[in-house]
Write a new protein. Structure first.
Length: 429
């Protein structure tokens, strides 16, 4: 009887915390709506796509720093404290962006502050929610991270309409209120399960009830889901598995960030016009990319649970390669449907890579040091944010189009596929 009550409470707690984490990630995903601001900011301050891409690259660097800060703070404070910090940085960052007078200002307000808030908040969500779902790390990571991709899809059109009707400054101000308020409210819900709650949740997933006789053994299993893989950060950095993951996801993320930061301009280039209807269509294409970002996170999480690391990684890389072929064909043929198809696959590949990363760290290195281990793994964004947006920005500035970028990124995709196929799983640890 007592065990049944504990199982019920654990299931209810996981549902509440999981739902809160998903919603918080949707808000944090607003940072990926940057391409909506690229055109208006170039009209306001001049410059080229290189200037706006650079700010997005800085925001990805800020995201990495936020992950690291959360990884250090999490074992020393609480999820509530970390998420409240993220709320403060988000509010200050978006509000500061509304007052921006130059690209340099935006680099600090949007790039550093908003990026930092996103990384800190996302790491806090994963570190708080995944222990509730220790038996389905791949699927749980996919669902949680799908929220980040859905943010631009659901909230992006609202932001786009605000920009069109009231200007980019008003849109940033509204984002400051919404993001700051919702993240602060979410901090009241996030929490990690107690040892008993983790045990009850694990037994519920297996169809067992909690009894005093098996509690000590079960606690050990839940605390270290893969007993052989409870590695600290230093130990993780000495494994071939980590560096394979790091190189692979750096390559895939380069393609995702290249177009996320330039999705609207790239779609407009294919259509050959910047009239109001074309801008709306391009915004829809960006939203589709974000939507399939979420789909990719869900699908890759499921593929991980079914096919393992190698199969999930190969599927993501293959989707990345095909997406670049479709985008290149769209540029040459002037086909908007083809570029949308390319965006969809690229969004799925980029989103899938994030789910693979989260599940990979949990499975190969354990959940005990997950917050810091995952934060270190996300440093791949520092590499990807320098490569991807730079390739797309310079391609547009030097040639007037994105075809050279698509060709280069196709080679990058094939390289990532080679890494995935060569990965040997457990033997690489």
């Amino acid at each position: 009887m007592r065990g049944g009550v504990m199982v019920h409470r654990a299931l209810r707690g996981s549902t509440v915390v999981g739902t809160a984490g998903f919603c918080l990630n949707m808000v944090l995903g607003l940072v990926y709506a940057w391409s909506l601001f690229a055109g208006p900011l170039q009209d306001a301050f001049g410059g080229t796509a290189v200037d706006t891409s650079r700010i997005f690259s800085v925001s990805m660097m800020g995201l990495c720093l936020g992950h690291l800060a959360s990884g250090w703070l999490s074992p020393r404070t609480s999820p509530r404290f970390v998420m409240l910090l993220a709320a403060g940085f988000a509010a200050v960052g978006f509000a500061g962006s509304a007052l921006a007078a130059s690209y340099g200002w935006l680099t600090v307000s949007y790039g550093v502050c908003c990026g930092f808030a996103t990384g800190m908040g996302a790491n806090c969500v994963l570190n708080s929610v995944l222990p509730w779902f220790s038996n389905r790390k791949g699927a749980a990571s996919g669902v949680l991270l799908a929220g980040v991709g859905l943010g631009p899809l659901v909230l992006g059109p609202v932001v786009g309409a605000l920009i069109a009707q009231a200007g980019w400054r008003t849109a940033f101000a509204a984002m400051a209120v919404v993001a700051g308020g919702m993240l602060a409210a979410g901090s009241l819900v996030l929490r990690q399960p107690s040892t008993g709650g983790m045990l009850a949740r694990a037994n519920a997933a297996e169809g067992d009830d909690l009894t005093p006789s098996d509690s000590s053994e079960a606690v050990s299993d839940v605390d270290t889901p893969n007993a052989a893989a409870s590695l600290g950060t230093r130990e993780m950095l000495r494994t071939r598995a980590f560096w394979t993951l790091f190189c692979w996801i750096s390559l895939v993320s380069s393609g995702g960030l290249a177009l996320i930061s330039n999705a609207v301009p790239a779609a407009l280039d294919v259509m050959g016009t910047r009239e109001a209807w074309a801008v709306m269509a391009a915004t829809g294409a960006m939203g589709a990319l974000s939507g399939f970002n979420s789909v990719g996170r869900l699908v890759a999480g499921g593929l991980w649970d079914r096919l393992g690391s190698r199969g999930a990684m190969a599927a993501v890389s293959l989707a990345f390669a095909v997406s670049m072929v479709l985008c290149a064909a769209a540029q040459e043929l002037g086909s908007f449907p083809l570029v949308v198809a390319g965006f969809l696959l690229l969004g799925a590949a980029y989103g899938g890579s994030v789910s693979v990363e989260s599940a990979f760290v949990g499975q190969y290195f354990g959940l005990r040091h997950y917050a810091m281990n995952y934060a270190v793994a996300t440093l791949n964004v520092l590499v990807a944010s320098c490569i991807g947006p730079t390739i797309s920005g310079f391609s547009r500035a030097l040639t007037g189009g994105y075809l050279p970028a698509y060709v280069i990124l196709l080679a990058v995709a094939l390289l990532s596929l080679g890494l995935a196929v060569c990965f040997r799983g457990e033997s690489s640890r």
